[in-house]
Design a protein around this ligand. Structure first.
Ligand code: PLP
Length: 406
C-alpha cells in the first residue's frame, strides 16, 4: 500500500478519479488500545462494522484477541488474520448449518440466543457433534430500551420474564449461561447502559443459578463532525461514559463475573477517511464518484455528521469567489439512482469546482462494509496515511442540517 503524510498529498500525487480510502493503522491501534484500557473486561470487536482484512489484521497486532461474529463470512475473515483469536457468535437468529460450522470447524464456544427455537437448533448440533454443553457459554439476549442513533433493541432480545425462562432451560441442559444486550449503535443518551443493566439485574435476581458472564454489547459513540449551525448534542466523552458504566457495573454487582463488550463504531470510525472527486459541479450541486450505495450510506441516513476537507486541484487556474466563503452544496452520488443524494448538504468553499477533491473524515464504521456493486461502481482503492484526520487544517465542511431547494 502506498504511504502518504495526509490525504491532500495522496490526492495531489495520485490525482485519483476513483474514490480512495485513506487508512491510518496507528489511529486504529490507538483507539483499540484505548478502549481495551478503559473497559473492565474482554473486548470483542464487532466485525460487521468493518471486516476488511487490513483492519482485522491491525486489530490483532494491537492486541485484540476476541471478535464478535455473525456469519460464515465473518468466521473466515477472522480466522484468516489469526489462528487463535476467540470468536463470539452473537447473532441471536442463526441458520442451523452455520451453528454446525461455528462449533465444528471454527471451535466457537460462545453463542447468543433470544428464543427457545434457537436453543433447540443449538442443542441438536451440540448432541450431533457430541460436545459437552458445559463447554459452551450461551448468552441470553435481553431486550433493552434506549436512545441510540440506530435502535436495534426492537429487532432482537427476549423480554425480561422470557429471558429468565430461556436461561433456566439452558442451565438445565448443562450450558454455562450469561446475559447480553446490545443497546443499538451510537448511543445518544448516557443513561442507556444503566437502563440495560437494570433489566439484566432484574433477570439475574430471578435465576436459580450463578451467571457465567455479562456482555454489554456495543453502541459506544464515536466522534464525528459538528455543524456549528446546530445546537450541539451534549454527550459525555468515551472516558466519562466508560467510568459511569464501570461504576454502574459495580453497583449492580456484575463486577464479580467475566465481562464482555462488543464495540464496533468507536474502534474504527476514525481510522479511515475517503477522498472523493467532484465529477461535475452544476450550480450548487456536486456530483461525486461515491455515494449512498458505496461508502456513504451511513451519512445518507442523516444521523451522522461527517466532517469534510476541501482539496483544490492546483491545475484549476481560475476560480470564482473566495475560498473563505463557505456555502452549502447538495451532494449527488455516483450511480444513476435518483435517491443517491446525501440527505444533508455539505458546506464547502464556494470555489469548489469540477475536478477538485473532498476528503470525508471518520468513515471507518459502516461505510466500506456496506458498499454494493450497484451500477458497476465499487470503490476498493486504499492508501496508508500517517497523519490523523483531525490534525492539520480544520475541516471546512460537514453535513449540515439546513435543507436546500433544487
Ligand atoms: C452491530 C453490533 C455491535 C457493534 O455496535 P457498535 O454500535 O458499532 O459498537 C455489537 N454487538 C452486536 C450484537 C451488534 O449487532
Amino acid at each position: 500500500m502506498q504511504r502518504f503524510d495526509n490525504a491532500r498529498a495522496a490526492a495531489l500525487a495520485l490525482r485519483p478519479d476513483e474514490p480512495v480510502y485513506c487508512f491510518r493503522p496507528q489511529v486504529l491501534k490507538d483507539d483499540a488500545v484505548q478502549f481495551m484500557g478503559m473497559f473492565p473486561g474482554k473486548t470483542a470487536y464487532a466485525v460487521k462494522t468493518n471486516g476488511e482484512p487490513i483492519v482485522l489484521k491491525a486489530l490483532v497486532e494491537a492486541g485484540v484477541t476476541a471478535f464478535d461474529v455473525a456469519s460464515p463470512g465473518e468466521f473466515a475473515a477472522v480466522r484468516a488474520v489469526s489462528d487463535d483469536a476467540e470468536m463470539l457468535y452473537m447473532h441471536p437468529v442463526k441458520a442451523q448449518a452455520d451453528i454446525k460450522l461455528a462449533l465444528e470447524k471454527y471451535g466457537i464456544r460462545v453463542i447468543s440466543v433470544d428464543h427457545e427455537d434457537e436453543i433447540t437448533k443449538l442443542t441438536r448440533v451440540v448432541r450431533a457433534l457430541d460436545i459437552d454443553p458445559g463447554a459452551i457459554t450461551v448468552f441470553v439476549r435481553v431486550q433493552t430500551k434506549g436512545h441510540a442513533a440506530y435502535e436495534l433493541s426492537k429487532k432482537f432480545g427476549a423480554g425480561p420474564a422470557y429471558a429468565v425462562e430461556l436461561a433456566e432451560r439452558l442451565a438445565k441442559t448443562g450450558y454455562k449461561v450469561g446475559l447480553c444486550f446490545h443497546v443499538g449503535s451510537q448511543i445518544e443518551d448516557p443513561d442507556t447502559y444503566e437502563r440495560a443493566l437494570a433489566s439484566a439485574d432484574w433477570v439475574r435476581n430471578r435465576l436459580s443459578f450463578d451467571l457465567a458472564g455479562l456482555d454489554v454489547g456495543g453502541g459506544f459513540p464515536a466522534e464525528y463532525g459538528h455543524d456549528p449551525n446546530r445546537k450541539q448534542v451534549e454527550m459525555p466523552s468515551l472516558g466519562q461514559i466508560m467510568s459511569r458504566l464501570s461504576g454502574d457495573i459495580k453497583e449492580y454487582q456484575f463486577d464479580q463475573m467475566p465481562l464482555v463488550a462488543e464495540p464496533g463504531r468507536v474502534i474504527v470510525a476514525r481510522c479511515l477517511s475517503l477522498i472523493v472527486r467532484v465529477l461535475l459541479r452544476k450550480g450548487r450541486r456536486l456530483y461525486i464518484n461515491d455515494g449512498i450505495w458505496a461508502s456513504l450510506s451511513d451519512s445518507w441516513t442523516g444521523k451522522i455528521t461527517l466532517p469534510a476537507r476541501f482539496i483544490p486541484d492546483p491545475a484549476i487556474r481560475s476560480r470564482n469567489g473566495s475560498e473563505k466563503n463557505i456555502v452549502p452544496f447538495k451532494v449527488c452520488g455516483a450511480t444513476c439512482d435518483s435517491v443517491d443524494i446525501l440527505s444533508r448538504p455539505f458546506r464547502l468553499p464556494e470555489t469548489v469546482d469540477t475536478g477538485d477533491w473532498i476528503e470525508i473524515g471518520h468513515i471507518g464504521a459502516y461505510s466500506l462494509s456496506l458498499r454494493t456493486r450497484f451500477n458497476g461502481f465499487y470503490p476498493d482503492t486504499f492508501v496508508e496515511v500517517t497523519t490523523p484526520f483531525d490534525e492539520g487544517d480544520a475541516p471546512q465542511g460537514f453535513a449540515s442540517l439546513e435543507t436546500m431547494a433544487d
